[in-house]
Design a protein around this ligand. Structure first.
Ligand code: GAP
Length: 457
C-alpha cells in the first residue's frame, strides 16, 4: 500500500479504469450508490469466488444457499430488526446535515467515551453539557435525538390501500437461519455444520459514505456455523482465526489488520469481535465474528411455531444449536483490497507507474495479449482465443507497448504477453510479470499452464 494513499486516488482510479462508476451517473448520480464496471465486476466476482471456495467448496461441512431478498415480514420481528434496528440521529438545524449521536460523541471525546453504553437521554445530555458542535458547519443547534429506522420498506399488494409492508433484507443471515432444517435434512448434515450465503443487503444508513465503505446497498458474504452449545466458544475462536487467515491469504497485510473485541455486546451475542483494516480513513471494521448463542433459532422457533430442534443421531439428544457467525461485506473487502494493492512506483528515467499488486486469483484479467504491431494481430488473436477459454484475458493492440503495460498495471493484470515477429517463426512469446516487470520467453503451448499455476487460491 502506498503510505500517502487517499480515498480520492482510489475513487479516481476506479472511475477512470472501469472498476466502479457513480450510480445513475448520467442523472447526476444517486448518493452512495455505485455501479461496478467491466473490470470491477470481475474483481468483485473473483473475491466472492475466493470466499465461497474457502468457506463452502473447501469446507466439507458447509453448504450454500441463495435465499430470497424479500422475506416474510415476521422474519424481521423474530430477528428483532423491526423493533431495534435503528440508529440515534440528530439533525443540525443550520446546515441540515444528519449525524449519528453516538458518532458525534465518539469523535468529540476522541474515543474516550463509549456511547454504546449510553441511553438516548444520556447522549443528549452529554452533547448539551459539552456543547458538541456540528462537524460540518460548526453550529450548535441540534434537533432532539430520534431513532432512525435502518430497514428499507416497500409494499406488496395489488389493491390500492391494501398493501402490506415488506422489507429489503438488511442482512443475508436470516435467510440462513430460516433454512437451517431444510439444509440439515436435505444435506443430511450433522452438527457442527455451516450455511453460507452471498447476496445483496440494504440499509438506510444515516451516514453512508467513503466510497464503497458504507453504502445503502451492498453485498454480504455470511457464514453461520451451527454447533453444540458447549462447543460454541471454541468454534468462535476458530472462526476468528479462519477470518484472519482468509483476509491475509487474499492479500491484506497482517500489519494493516487487527482484532477489535466488543466490550458491549448486542442483546443476542455471547461474544463478538471485528477484524479492522487500516483504510485511508483510519482503522475501520472489515468484518464481524459473533457467537450468537441460540438466539436466532429460538426466536424463529417461537415466531414461526415450528420446531427447529436438532436430533443428534448418536446420542438421540434434541437441542437448539448455537450459532457462530462470520460476516464480511464483499464491497468493503473489495475496497480494502484495492487500497492494499495500490502503489505508485518510481521507475528508471524518472517516470512513475501506478500498479495494483492484486493477488493474481482476484485480478480482473489474468493476462493481456499484445501484438507488437497490428500486422501480428491474427496470431495474437489466436493466442487470446485459446487462453480466454480458461480465464479472463484482455486483448490490446492500441498504443505503444509501454503504454499498454501501464494500462494493465493500473488494473492489476499479473501477466502481459507480447506477440512479436519471432513468434511467427518459433511459436514463443514474451511474458512480463506485473510485479517484477521481468520478462521471459516461453512457448505458446506452455502459456496456459504457466498462468494457471500462478492463479491458485
Ligand atoms: N449478520 C451480521 C451483520 O450483518 P454487520 O456488522 O452489521 O453484521 C457485517 O455487517 C459486515 O457487512 C460488516 O463487517 C461490513 O463488512 C458489511 N457492511 C455492513 N454494513 C455495510 C454498509 N452499509 N456498506 C457496506 N458494507 C457494509
Amino acid at each position: 500500500m502506498d503510505t500517502k494513499l487517499t480515498m480520492d486516488k482510489i475513487v479516481n482510479l476506479c472511475k477512470s479504469r472501469g472498476f466502479v462508476f457513480p450510480g445513475s451517473d448520467i442523472y447526476g448520480g444517486f448518493a452512495n450508490t455505485w455501479d461496478f464496471g467491466p473490470v470491477g465486476v470481475e474483481l468483485k466476482n473473483n473475491i466472492k469466488k475466493a470466499w465461497w471456495k474457502r468457506f463452502v467448496q473447501e469446507s466439507p461441512n458447509s453448504y450454500g444457499v441463495d435465499a430470497a431478498i424479500l422475506m416474510n415480514p415476521t422474519v424481521w420481528d423474530a430477528s428483532g430488526h423491526t423493533k431495534s434496528f435503528a440508529d440515534p440521529k440528530m439533525d443540525c438545524k443550520v446546515c441540515k446535515q444528519r449525524f449519528r449521536a453516538d458518532n458525534l460523541i465518539e469523535d468529540y471525546s476522541k474515543g474516550t467515551v463509549v456511547p454504546d453504553q449510553m441511553t438516548n437521554e444520556e447522549m443528549q445530555a452529554y452533547i448539551a453539557e459539552h456543547k458538541v458542535k456540528c462537524p460540518k458547519c460548526g453550529s450548535y443547534d441540534w434537533t432532539p435525538i430520534r431513532q432512525f429506522k435502518l430497514m428499507f420498506e416497500t409494499s406488496r399488494g395489488t389493491v390500492e390501500g391494501e398493501k402490506d409492508v415488506v422489507y429489503l433484507r438488511p442482512e443475508t443471515a436470516q435467510g440462513e437461519y430460516v433454512n437451517f432444517l431444510n439444509v440439515q435434512r436435505t444435506a443430511r448434515a450433522k452438527v457442527p455444520f455451516g450455511i453460507a450465503q452471498i447476496g445483496k443487503s440494504f440499509r438506510n444508513e444515516i451516514t453512508p459514505g467513503n466510497f464503497l465503505f458504507r453504502t445503502i446497498e451492498f453485498e454480504q458474504m455470511e457464514h453461520q456455523l451451527f454447533c453444540k452449545p458447549d462447543q460454541a466458544l471454541a468454534e468462535y475462536a476458530e472462526y476468528k482465526d479462519k477470518a484472519w487467515k482468509f483476509a491475509t491469504d487474499i492479500g491484506l497485510k497482517p500489519e494493516h489488520l487487527r482484532f477489535h473485541d466488543h466490550d458491549k455486546l448486542a442483546h443476542y451475542a455471547r461474544a463478538a469481535c471485528d477484524i479492522q483494516y487500516l483504510f485511508p480513513i483510519g482503522w475501520q471494521e472489515l468484518n464481524g465474528i459473533h457467537h450468537r448463542g441460540d438466539y436466532d433459532l429460538s426466536r424463529h422457533q417461537e415466531y414461526s411455531g415450528k420446531s427447529l430442534l436438532y436430533l443428534d443421531p448418536i446420542t438421540n439428544e434434541k437441542y437448539l444449536p448455537n450459532v457462530v457467525e462470520y460476516s464480511i461485506g464483499a464491497d468493503r473487502l473489495t475496497l480494502a483490497l484495492l487500497c492494499e494493492a495500490y502503489d505508485e512506483e518510481a521507475l528508471e528515467g524518472g517516470d512513475t507507474r501506478v500498479v495494483l499488486h492484486l493477488n493474481p486469483y482476484i485480478a480482473p484479467y489474468k493476462v493481456a495479449i499484445m501484438p507488437l504491431q497490428k500486422s501480428l494481430s491474427e496470431k495474437a488473436k489466436e493466442v487470446y482465443n485459446n487462453l480466454a477459454k480458461y480465464f479472463m484475458a484482455d486483448y490490446d493492440e492500441a498504443g505503444s507497448i509501454g503504454k499498454r503495460y501501464r494500462r494493465q498495471d493500473e488494473i492489476g493484470t499479473p501477466y502481459c504477453v507480447t506477440i512479436d515477429f519471432d513468434t511467427l517463426e518459433d511459436n514463443t512469446v514474451t511474458i512480463r510479470d506485473r510485479d517484477t516487470m521481468k520478462q521471459e520467453r516461453i512457448a505458446i503451448s506452455e502459456l496456459k499452464d504457466y498462468i494457471l499455476d500462478k492463479i491458485v487460491f
